[in-house]
Design a protein around this ligand. Sequence first.
Ligand code: PLP
Length: 549
Amino acid sequence: MPLVADGFLYPTNNCLTDLEPWQILLYAIGFTLMTTAAYAWLFDSISTPWARMKAFTFASMRYVPYLWSKIEAKLAKTIDEVKQHIAPYVPGQKYVTKLPNDGLAPDAVLDEISKMEKLAETDWKGGRVSGTVYHGGDELTHLITRVFERCAWSNPLHPDVFPHVRKMEAEIVAMCVDLYHGGSNGCGAVTSGGTESILLACLSYRQSGYARGIKYPEIVAPVSVHAAFEKAAAYFRMKLVHVPVVETTRKCNVAAMAKAINSNTVLLVASAPHFPHGVIDPVEEIAALARRRGIGCHVDCCLGGFLLPFMDEAGYSLAPFDFRVSGVTSISADTHKYGFAPKGTSVIMYRSQEQLHEQFFVSPDWQGGIYATPTLAGSRAGAVVACCWATMRYMGRKGYVDATRRIVGAAKAIERALESVDEIFLYGKVEVSVIALGSKVFDIYRLGSMLSARGWNLNSLQFPPSIHLCCTHLHTADGVVERFVDDVKECVAEIIKFPKQRTVGMAAIYGLSQSIPDRSLVTEIAYGFLDGCLLARPKRRGLTRMVLT
Ligand SMILES: *Cc1c(COP(=O)(O)O)cnc(C)c1O
């Protein structure tokens, strides 16, 4: 066949001369379909080909009989242990799975609750638990209880019936927008918690991305951001691109973030501070990047929401992090953390009304009437909104500044005291309320486990292995900081007698799970945990043994 002919298309034309016209047509269609399928496989923006190949390889391993049966047995045992840990059978407890025929008298109901409360072993009131309980004092607890009673039946879905709750909700948002210097265009909504605030922010950016013709909107965020962003990406079919943090400071690597931005990116995220190691990302740099690229910048202040705005006044200087930073387009702040409101409220704030509208849902044609909601839920607990409003009014600026001074002070005192312990190190600097510990000498989860034996309840973190204490109001009580420092020092002294000793029990699961390359196995263990949470009828261990052997 002549490769060089008079015209470039000659060889192609020549090799097609043997084909019938219908064949040429069929081949052309087949080729086009194959090319589009290959393109979708390679560039489908939600997951990378690499991730899919990895998942496929691990899934195939389940068909290797000998290998899989061994893994499966171990997996089942681990899941069982996790369930047993979370929902143990306790003799003397009543396990209810049926509605009582005759209702109980109020006192009998309270009696049952008293009995169930005996299940709790952790002394959170004594400040032994990391984060978790953001207590605002006994007087506030009493106030909240009375407010709840008065608003127990209210539902913000019906503002005409509960105008006072509507007013309270709007005022919570206004107070927060003012705290974060959102100006006259600043706006927002009350949600059920930090996760919902983050979900809604991501939804809003996705919708505006769609409007600009972006089919697969992407979020770029440091690996340290809260898992709620991953949840948002999963719920709303977005892609979350993680960028690394700077090893020493644990802050977002802004250069890596700049590189990760592409034409699908709709949102950059900064945390102030982030949950794992409690440091504040360089908000100004990230916001400047977002502004230059014409995309959104969300600052996740869920954790620090009611500490950061008061840090300056409390005597801790801070780089700007709120709407005063040009380029910051939305902020989430949790009233139910350091805002001291009871669980069930958070605030999502936007720089402009258009952004807020993107999270709204309206069904203009529903048979039940024109249906419009500002957040994910339909009916909501007006009582929690009222409690949040009451808490903010009760605390006042001075109350929050004072709480901030004490809480940040406690965290920094722990940092100073632990700097002298050579066998452990702190991840990043203590900037707000979190003290994160690691060790180059021993398995840090062993320290967590030994502290648990002494009544403490710290958070276990992974990648890298670390544990943290998130200071709350409860840790500012007399002697708590000193007792924590003493316990850490004593435990470390104990551990380094045998630094290489193996970690056992629940604490070992974290270390083990990080070494499992197939993350779907870890997911299955987590399913076991969730199943355990929902288990009304725990297994009686002794009995099953007897039956089996
Ligand atoms: C707690 C937290 C959230 C999510 O809050 P929830 O109220 O648990 O849904 C988000 N971001 C950070 C940094 C947090 O600490």
